[in-house]
Design a protein around this ligand. Structure first.
Ligand SMILES: [Fe+2]
Ligand SMILES: [Fe+2]
Length: 203
């Protein structure tokens, strides 16, 4: 269960097929950012022993995803380059409370929602890629389909892992209530995101 208030329509996946170069580059940056966020939280909360090992595991997995996406992107003739990110993550995190321990709970819940949205988008993209591959789309091959198949399962697990981490820091019912509030905020942020070929924007 992803806890999202909205789900991505299949039309987004079909539109994304026309921007695979940009989407893959954005995806590589997202994986790198996910690793950096997990490590950043380890440094921000060295006094929270429940967080350290799960965050270290998350960071390692995200770095591995970064490598996988980058290798596939290069095999398709692309290369790492600077790219303007979607304002989605910054706007989502702006909804976090600023006093501790609420800030820690909210940050972990926002991370869980980013992972959930990544999973939602990857599910839709994967479905569009399968259809395109079967129809012999010139830009889609088995390697691309298989990459998304393997990654979306991980992102669903990451979503749950961040929710569990937040629950170690507060009352479970209170954390779940806050997750629902932040999920409503996340849906508004995504709906208001600019039109960009990014995993967390509109197309
Ligand atoms: Fe990932
Ligand atoms: Fe992830």
């Amino acid at each position: 269960m992803l806890h999202l208030h909205t789900r991505t329509e299949p039309a987004w996946g079909e539109a994304a097929l026309g921007h695979l170069r940009e989407i893959l580059l954005d995806h590589a940056h997202c994986e790198k950012k996910a690793a950096s966020t997990a490590i950043g939280l380890m440094f921000r909360y060295p006094d929270r022993p429940t967080l350290a090992i799960p965050l270290a595991q998350l960071a390692r997995e995200e770095l591995e995803h970064f490598e996988q996406v980058t290798v596939l992107m290069r095999a398709r003739g692309g290369e790492l380059a600077r790219q303007t990110p979607s304002p989605y993550a910054a706007e989502l995190l702006a909804g976090c409370r600023t006093h501790e321990p609420s800030r820690a709970v909210d940050t972990l819940l926002c991370c869980s929602l980013i992972e959930a949205r990544s999973c939602d988008r990857m599910q839709v993209l994967h479905r569009a890629l399968v259809t395109a591959c079967n129809a012999k789309h010139p830009d889609v091959d088995d390697a691309l389909v298989e990459l998304y198949e393997s990654l979306l399962a991980c992102e669903a697990r990451h979503h749950g892992a961040y929710v569990e981490l937040a629950r170690t820091l507060g009352d479970r019912a209170e954390v779940d209530r806050r997750l629902d509030e932040l999920a409503a905020h996340e849906a508004r942020v995504l709906a208001g995101a600019p039109q960009m070929a990014r995993l967390h924007a509109t197309l």
